[in-house]
Design a protein around this ligand. Structure first.
Ligand SMILES: [Zn+2]
Length: 215
């Protein structure tokens, strides 16, 4: 079974991918993990990807497709995978379909987590990270002027530059511009299921489990 998770930053895609993977005993493949693993192992594709990652640039589609294909062929992915963060663009989705067809597989289900932009901005800009222990926190209404401290270790929390509201707004613009065609692509294949991302984590998961293809 191959499941693709789609959703803008802040929609809870990573959390849901992890929960679904655990529940269904599938492998959770996030783009970042696949890249880091290949680079760490020094595979030929990993070596191709490394300079792009070091420069903070997007890894070219053909390299990324190759990495995903290679990863799908490993024994721990045999039961199936949940793709999180890939594909991100229409050419990537088309290339993924082709690559899967070559190994006799296909995408079985695509979950699109729908959350209004206003809520996404609140969620992203309310995200704080502990620089010491890495814990993350959601502050819906940070107290102005007051330092927010980590509950676990007491360090002063920081906001990642990516999560500041102006940057968050730009990230969302880019996401919707690139991903809208992807949603239509999967919808036309009859495998897209839209999930109301405004529900609790448990209810989102329940909706996803109820919408799995019969096997
Ligand atoms: Zn901490």
């Amino acid at each position: 079974m191959i499941i693709v998770m789609l959703g803008p930053p802040g929609a809870g895609k990573g959390t849901q991918a992890e929960l679904l993977a655990e529940r269904l005993n599938l492998m959770h493949l996030s783009t970042g993990d696949v890249l880091r693993e290949a680079v760490a192992q020094g595979t030929p594709l990993g070596r191709l990807a490394e300079p792009y990652m070091a420069r903070g640039e997007l890894v070219p589609d053909d390299v990324m497709i190759g990495l995903i294909k290679e990863r799908l062929g490993k024994p721990d992915a045999a039961r199936g995978v949940i793709l999180d963060g890939f594909p991100r663009t229409l050419p990537q989705a088309q290339a993924l379909n082709q690559a899967l067809a070559q190994i006799g597989q296909k995408v079985d289900r695509v979950f699109y987590l729908r959350v209004p932009v206003d809520e996404l901005l609140v969620r992203i800009s309310g995200r704080y990270t502990c620089p010491r222990c890495g814990a993350t926190y959601q502050r819906r209404q940070p107290r102005p002027g007051a330092e927010e401290r980590c509950d676990a270790c007491g360090a002063v929390l920081e906001q990642r530059p990516d999560d500041r509201i102006e940057v968050a707004r730009r990230r969302l613009d880019v996401y919707f511009e690139q991903t809208a065609p992807l949603i239509e692509f999967y919808r036309s294949q009859g495998i897209l299921v839209e999930i109301n991302g405004m529900q609790s984590i448990e209810d989102v998961l329940k909706d996803e489990l109820a919408a799995l293809p019969a096997r």
